[in-house]
Design a binder for this molecule. Structure first.
Ligand code: GDP
Length: 455
């Protein structure tokens, strides 16, 4: 696909900065810039060179700038690209963009630069989506997965699987051409082996989504415990800011609190601590089910016990509730400074996995961070396995799995080749949707509309 028009947008964030970068892409970008640039003839310069000069509207100098040139196809979009580095004032930026629009450029739509790069085969769709993720990544882990994805990690695996399957599809379709004759080009045992192999990979990718989602959006974490156990104090210590209101009066923290901390390169998102307390307050009153339902929305629970108020029967009841959630949890005995050592030793015998600390002692809270990291199982991520972070890919993988299951069922029940071939085609379709070998205008519009203008 060839774009005949030249697009323009600010590539750096809106607002005042030291430098603003305006980007143009399209066949006319160098020619148009040359019309307003005074310094040298940009059309006579080589690719990947930088030029100092002024941008002028008639005789009026708008700014002193640096122009970077990228001549097609050696650019991000594989079109002629010009980047104008000007002073980062909104006024200057607006003036320069308006001037170039008057000369014939068109304002870029959201994600249009990345879309052009995709259209010209710079990368596949999954990689284009990773560009957006990379820009939004705010922790080491999410940066790592997005970068890995952009370099083709995940797409490579999908493409390889798809090619193997295409081979089988064509063999079976060849058999169909022979109609009544009893020929078998594709051994059903081999096909089943391949499909099972594919299912194994597809299932692993599907499972990786939980982890991927967590890496991208932060591990949803709940801090729970009875009123006055020290939840706000602990949250504050973790956030190292007075975000939550600490009070002696039980139940004063009613405001919605949500914040994020990064531990060991992984983001943890604390969800609705106050709201959860309302339900833990009422373990007996409202019943265990509602409490559990609320806790189940988390990937991890940090449960606080006030050591100065321990009631063993009550404690066991609370632990039982925690166990029934099925969510990994960490038992924390808080207010260590308020109780005798012998008491702690006794409790430790009964609960060897309980962490004892004082939420108002920063060094002790550091110990908690290590335990938090241990609890979320990120081994998989550390090994550098492929991780799915995109809901669209997840959806296509689920559909692929359904089609592959149908292929196996078809072979086992010896259904006619037409049906087996159809299920294989379906699986190929869904796999192709991920990397963009199969696309529709709607799908593309939907994906790229999520980008900002200038990306
Ligand atoms: P929440 O109701 O669970 O959020 O409890 P808060 O964080 O509001 O704490 C209740 C009270 O316990 C406050 O007065 C805190 O200062 C106090 N507190 C919290 N953690 C500790 C601790 O480790 N040691 C002591 N001595 N007091 C604590």
């Amino acid at each position: 696909m060839q774009n005949n028009d030249t697009i323009i947008a600010l590539a750096t964030p809106q607002g005042v900065g030291a430098i603003g970068v305006i980007r143009l892409s399209g066949p006319e970008s160098i020619k148009l810039t040359n019309q307003v640039f005074k310094g040298k003839n940009l059309e006579a310069q080589e690719s990947h060179t930088i030029h100092f000069g002024t941008i002028r509207d008639g005789e009026k100098i708008l700014d002193e700038v640096l122009i970077s040139l990228f001549i097609a196809p050696k650019s991000f979009t594989k079109e002629n690209v010009v980047e104008i580095s000007c002073h980062g004032s909104n006024f200057i930026i607006r003036q320069i963009i308006q001037l170039l629009i008057r000369k014939g450029a068109r304002p870029a739509k959201p994600g249009e630069f990345t879309k052009r790069a995709f259209m010209h085969g710079q990368f596949d769709l999954a990689q284009a989506e990773a560009v957006a993720d990379l820009i939004n990544a705010d922790s080491e882990a999410s940066h790592h997965t997005a970068l890995n994805q952009m370099r083709g990690g995940f797409s490579g695996e999908i493409k390889r699987l798809r090619e193997e399957l295409i081979h089988f599809a064509s063999m079976i379709e060849l058999e169909l051409d022979f109609g009544e004759e009893d020929v078998e080009f594709a051994s059903r045992d081999d096909l089943k082996d391949l499909v099972n192999k594919l299912l194994k990979v597809v299932n692993a990718l599907i499972h990786s989504f939980d982890l991927g989602n967590v890496i991208k959006n932060g591990v949803p974490t709940v801090i729970a415990g009875k009123p006055n156990a020290g939840k706000s104090t602990l949250l504050n210590a973790l956030l190292k800011e007075e975000k939550a209101i600490v009070s002696d009066i039980a139940g004063t923290t009613r405001d919605f609190i949500e914040d994020e901390i990064i531990i060991g390169g992984v983001a943890f998102r604390f969800i609705d601590t106050a709201g959860l307390r309302e339900t833990t307050d009422a373990i007996e009153k409202i019943g265990v089910e509602r409490t559990q339902a609320k806790m189940k929305t988390a990937s991890m629970i940090i449960y606080l016990f006030d050591l100065s108020q321990v009631d063993v029967v009550e404690m066991n009841k609370e632990i039982n509730v925690l166990e029934n959630t099925g969510v990994p949890f960490l038992k924390v005995g808080n207010k260590l400074d308020k109780v005798k050592e012998s008491f702690v030793e006794q409790l430790q015998k009964q609960h060897p996995d309980m962490l004892f600390l004082s939420a108002n002692e920063p060094e002790q809270v550091e110990l908690l961070k290590d335990r938090i990291l241990e609890l979320v199982n990120l081994d998989k991520f550390k090994r550098g396995d492929t991780v799915v972070t995109n809901i669209r890919h997840y959806d296509s993988l689920l559909q692929t799995k359904n089609s592959l299951d149908a292929v196996i069922e078809g072979i086992d029940n010896m259904v006619s080749n037409d049906f087996v071939a159809m299920d294989i085609r379906q699986a190929l379709h869904y796999l192709g949707e991920i990397t963009g070998e199969i696309t529709t205008d709607d799908l593309l519009a939907n994906i790229f509309s999520k980008f900002c203008i200038g990306k």
